[in-house]
Design a protein around this ligand. Structure first.
Ligand code: GUN
Length: 283
């Protein structure tokens, strides 16, 4: 039976450490670190994520500014808001919750965020630095996964890591981070042939495809470390990408859904915001 990687507990510990650092920063600078969050439209999942992000921001003693725009907001309106926040010296981080409504050019919006306020690490400049191994802001979900693996003392160097999913916000940066830890990395996606043959080679298997219970026990090697990034809403509630009940009998470590990667994403956002503030306005 696999050891459960408790993202909820780890995330709570990290938030408490950050809370102390936010307080120290305030004592030294008399500045309250500020994160601006923009949500466009009323996608229920995005609304929940944004609510949790705001809650965590306030928990650690940061100020949160939230901008909830209607589904009908134009690209120009969103851009104007970002330009205003970019020019506001009091704002340390800007987060635009994705996905944006159809017809809005996400890339054009994200690239308007100044690199030093890009707490999601989505901007081309920050993604490029990640690829080059330079210091940068790392996309919160893959950063959370790597942090979990390290905190649980899981050996990465020389291991076969398989990432299922090639999105810009999870799959691609995840594979780069695993490569930096000296894993041998394979990225699989919807066009991959013989997926099972590849996932079975994984010492570390990360699934980020958004299909409930997709990863079955016959796709997993005995003793693999299985990280489930999926958050899928089903009639039976929130389900991960991994068939937890069966895969957990074979894996050595596994993350649950909920309570695994999700909470880590939020604490990494808060960490990125703290680091943005420190870089912009050192104490
Ligand atoms: N949508 C899904 N995950 C994320 C995330 O980490 N950040 C933002 N901004 N949007 C998301």
């Amino acid at each position: 039976m696999a050891i459960l990687i408790d993202g909820k507990k780890l995330s709570a510990e990290i938030k408490d450490e950050i809370k102390e650092k936010v307080n120290e920063y305030f004592q030294k600078t008399n500045r309250q670190i500020t994160l601006a969050v923009i949500l466009v439209g009323n996608d229920p999942a995005s609304s929940v994520y944004v609510k949790n992000k705001i809650k965590a921001t306030e928990y650690v003693g940061m100020k949160s500014l939230s901008y909830i725009l209607p589904e009908t907001a134009t690209e120009e309106e969103i851009k104007e808001l970002i330009i205003t926040l970019a020019n506001d010296d009091g704002v340390d981080g800007i987060l635009v919750q994705l996905p944006l409504p159809k017809g809005i050019n996400e890339r054009a919006i994200l690239d308007l965020i100044p690199a030093e306020k890009d707490v999601d690490g989505f901007k081309a400049e920050n993604v490029g630095k990640l690829l080059l191994g330079e210091e940068t802001t790392i996309s919160c979900t893959p950063y959370g996964v790597i942090t979990m693996l390290k905190k649980y003392g899981i050996e990465l160097s020389g291991k076969n890591a398989v990432v299922v999913g090639r999105s810009n916000i999870v799959g691609k940066p995840m594979s780069i981070l695993l490569l930096q830890e000296n894993c041998t990395v394979t990225i699989c996606h919807s066009k991959t042939e013989n997926l099972k043959e590849i996932t079975k080679t994984a010492d570390i298997l990360v699934s980020a495809i958004g299909k409930p219970n997709f990863i079955k026990e016959d796709m997993v090697k005995d003793g693999a470390v299985v990280i489930d990034v999926g958050i899928n809403r089903t009639e039976e509630g929130i389900k991960g990408d991994v068939d937890f009940d069966n895969v957990s009998k074979k894996a050595s470590y596994i993350t649950p859904v909920p309570g695994g990667v999700g909470p880590m994403t939020i604490s990494m956002l808060i960490l990125n915001t703290l680091n943005s503030a420190k870089r912009r306005k050192p104490c």
